[in-house]
Design a protein. Structure first.
Length: 486
């Protein structure tokens, strides 16, 4: 890349609060930060809307202070603006901002009316359910999100959680500051925010280890081939096939690994499935194996291995995984290979290392991390705890896929596509990840890149997508990435 782009962080409420305090301590007054925040929201509004009757809803805290700034700046641009205040300002900065507003102010009451509503009632720090008029207004706004611009978050959505504790507004546009918060990244909070714009108001890096999963995070280390590359230098990957009636999933993963750039990809097949696999493979190679010890011997020369897609929840799958773990190959463990360790996950974790990747959907996650998801405040915390416990990378699938490393790094996929809700798409994802690992990409970054490319490919195809399409959709995505960062 021509210049290094900093990965985009996702912050907790404590981290953004600390960043605000650090800026103030360094000499930037809070009222200046509030002015910058209000100006940023106004710029996004005027970029999207022509002047119309606007109602700005102001709460008693600094989120409400931002609202008073927004009302003043919109009025200065000729917009007809009215403020509806829930209560008098309770902070010094909000009081100062309210003092500069010289337009109409009335008590908050539903319905709020207006052709555009700016929701500045409560920000990311809210931890209690909305009540009274605030709750009634939030329910009204939930029914008209296209006319709502939220300041920081839609009111009622806690910044550290994706799940509202009670009534919650919805917005067509949310303008937040410095970085996304957890509520902007995870469902159902993300859907309530509509389009999310992150505005720079001059805060310093918060030092967080949670990121938006975008190419900025991993593209500088993507394993593009050199001019002297050959197939052996581009990585050797294997996929363990299931029995004769369950071979398609392994072939999907193998084809995905080849498309993502692995130089040599081989399906390792039980003898009874050999003819079925041979009839469907071309550039992907095929080798038989009968025992876990034979599998181990073959895998010793490999860089990455996929095990689990349609492998069968059997003792053989369990023994095959343990055999692969004794080799130098990095493992991508999916589907049946996860479920095979239900009730004995400690045995699985004892053979994993930080180069291995687990790719469970929530049901599979529950089987090896019982009650962890239900007892965690949200999916990010659950995935981080799981990665720490397993000593490996964990990719928790979903519309808001979370990737976590055992060292505490984590990323949330924001380009998830509903078209991926089709049989076999997870097998392709496993192949993408293994193909990148085989080429020497660090496993956390490979999992992030694989998830992003997987979703981007699906979004580019749209309705009618089936898993067989996905490997062939990767090259156009890779070409765009190469043009930016190759």
């Amino acid at each position: 890349m021509s210049e290094r782009v900093t990965p985009r962080q996702i912050l907790s409420v404590a981290e953004i609060t600390a960043a605000d305090k650090a800026a103030i301590a360094a000499g930037t007054p809070g009222v200046v930060l509030m002015e910058r925040a209000g100006q940023a929201v106004v710029e996004e509004i005027v970029r999207r809307f022509t002047p119309r009757r606007a109602v700005v809803l102001c709460g008693p805290g600094n989120n409400g202070g931002d609202g008073y700034v927004i009302a003043r700046l919109l009025k200065a641009r000729g917009w007809p603006v009215k403020v509806l205040a829930l209560a008098k300002p309770e902070t010094g900065d909000a009081t100062a901002a309210a003092a500069q507003w010289d337009g109409e102010t009335a008590p908050l009451k539903a319905p709020v009316g207006g052709e555009l509503v700016v929701d500045a009632l409560f920000g990311v720090g809210l931890t209690r359910p909305l009540t009274g008029e605030a709750a009634a207004v939030a329910l009204e706004l939930a029914d008209r999100p296209a006319q709502v611009v939220a300041v920081d978050v839609p009111s009622g959505l806690p910044g550290n959680a994706a799940q509202p504790a009670g009534p919650c507004a919805c917005a067509g546009l949310t303008v937040t500051f410095h970085a996304r918060k957890v509520a902007h990244a995870l469902e159902p909070g993300r859907s309530r925010c509509g389009e999310v714009v992150v505005a720079d108001i001059g805060l310093a890096d918060a030092g967080a280890r949670l990121y938006e999963n975008t190419p900025d995070l991993w593209l500088p280390r993507f394993p593009w081939p050199s001019t002297t590359a050959h197939k052996h230098a581009r990585g050797r990957m294997i996929v363990v096939s299931g029995p004769a009636a369950s071979t398609g999933a392994a072939r999907l993963a193998a084809r995905a690994g080849l498309r993502i750039g692995a130089g040599l990809v081989t399906v390792l097949s039980p003898p009874e499935a050999l003819v079925v696999n041979a009839a469907h493979l071309e550039a992907v190679m095929l080798r038989p194996f009968e025992t876990d010890l034979e599998l181990e011997t073959i895998a010793e020369q490999m860089d990455a291995a996929v095990i689990g897609p349609a492998a069968g929840v059997t003792e053989a799958t369990l023994m095959n995984l343990l055999a692969l773990a004794r080799t130098g190959a990095a493992l991508v463990i999916d589907a049946d290979a996860i479920t095979a360790f239900r009730g004995d996950s400690d045995e699985l974790f004892s053979v994993l290392d930080r180069d291995d990747v687990l790719t469970p959907h929530p049901g599979e996650f529950e089987r090896i991390f019982p009650r962890l998801l239900a007892s965690s405040p949200e999916r990010i915390a659950a995935a981080r705890a799981a990665a720490d416990r397993a000593g490996a990378v964990v990719l928790l699938k979903g519309p808001d896929t979370v990737i976590a490393a055992p060292d505490g790094r984590a990323a949330v996929n924001l380009n998830g596509s509903p078209w991926l809700a089709t049989a076999g798409s997870g097998d392709v994802l496993a192949g993408f990840i293994a193909g990148l690992v085989a080429q020497g990409m660090e496993s956390f970054e490979a999992a992030c890149a694989g998830a992003w490319i997987h979703a981007e490919a699906a979004a580019g195809f749209g309705p009618g997508l089936i898993a067989e399409d996905l490997p062939g959709l990767a090259p156009p995505v890779l070409r765009r990435l190469y043009e930016v960062g190759g």
